[in-house]
Every structure is written in structure tokens, then in C-alpha cells.
Design a protein around this ligand. Structure first.
Ligand code: FES
Length: 175
């Protein structure tokens, strides 16, 4: 089943908005995918609570809803991280050790690909060629592309994000 992340206040507000959208939707199996798409658009992911709202509305079981949702890779069951880590697995990156870079991020962040850290700072996913093969292996952290990645660079990148965050929080506290 889905991994459980504690719902944030924003998630709860989004679930309320989803409930209103679901209430005004027709009932019928044909609505399953459209409702899941609505849920993902509203929350950014599909927590168990959203699957439950959809299941109750369509009068089908939660496991049936989950079964269908998990069949499509357009749906995600973990909240997106504020700094999504995307490790390129295109051919050029793959042959230059993309898999090892991915493993290093997984070890450092203590999550698996497709998951999100409990503080929602990071999520990890593998992506297809990002178009910078000359820089292989490549990873993106947030919007920033890092070329010629090496396992030894992973820790520094994660640390940099955490330091930046602390700095921003300190600045915000001063104001
Ligand atoms: S294969 Fe990774 S950038 Fe092209």
C-alpha cells in the first residue's frame, strides 16, 4: 500500500477542496481515473486519505482504487520533495554509473527511489535522458543540473541544500 507521510495543514486543506470536487462529480467506474487525476492535481500526490475519498464516492474498495492507481506511472503516492533529486538513467548516464549515483542518494537520504524524506525536503526519482549526455552521469537537485556526478559529490549536494535552508530560516526569523 502507500507509504504514510503525516499530513500537513496544506494537505488537509487540499483534501477538503478535493472532497468538494468529488461531491460534484458523477458516480461510476469510468470516473475512477479522472478522479485520481483530480486528486493528484489538487494534492500533488495520492495519500491514502485521497484514495479513500475516491473509493467512498465510487463505492468501491480502497484496495481496488490503489490497484488501478498503482498500475499507471502518472500517479505518485509520496509527496513531492521541495528539492526533487532526479537521477538520469539515459544510456550515456547509465553506462557512466548513473545507478551508483542513484544508490548513493538513496543511502544518504535514507529513502528509496520514488520516496520522499519525512521532512519533505527531498524525493528521489530516476528520469530518462535530460539532454546533457556530454556531462554524464547527470543528476538534478531541484532545478539545478549537476554534471560529471560522482558518489563523492552526493553528500556535498545534500548538505548544500540543508545549509541553504537553515540560512533562509535564520533570515526569516530575523525579520
Ligand atoms: S543520458 Fe543522461 S543526459 Fe543523456
Amino acid at each position: 500500500m502507500t507509504t504514510t507521510h503525516t499530513l500537513t495543514d496544506e494537505d488537509r486543506a487540499n483534501l477538503e477542496s478535493l472532497q468538494a470536487q468529488i461531491d460534484s462529480s458523477p458516480v461510476g467506474r469510468g470516473q475512477l481515473i479522472p478522479l485520481l487525476q483530480k486528486a493528484q492535481k489538487t494534492l500533488g500526490y495520492l495519500p491514502e486519505e485521497a484514495l479513500a475519498l475516491v473509493a467512498d464516492h465510487l463505492e468501491i474498495t480502497r484496495s481496488e482504487v490503489y490497484g488501478v492507481a498503482s498500475f499507471y506511472n502518472q500517479f505518485r503516492f509520496n509527496p513531492p520533495g521541495r528539492n526533487p533529486v532526479k537521477v538520469c538513467m539515459g544510456t550515456a548516464c547509465h553506462v557512466r554509473g548513473g545507478e551508483i549515483i542513484l544508490e548513493n542518494f538513496e543511502r544518504k537520504l535514507e529513502i528509496k527511489e520514488g520516496e520522499t524524506t519525512e521532512d519533505r525536503e527531498f524525493s528521489i526519482e530516476r528520469v530518462a535522458c535530460v539532454g546533457c549526455c556530454a556531462l554524464a552521469p547527470v543528476a538534478l537537485v531541484g532545478e539545478t543540473l549537476h554534471g560529471h556526478m560522482a558518489p563523492s559529490k552526493v553528500e556535498g549536494l545534500v548538505l548544500r541544500v540543508r545549509v541553504e535552508k537553515e540560512k533562509a530560516e535564520r533570515e526569516a526569523a530575523k525579520q
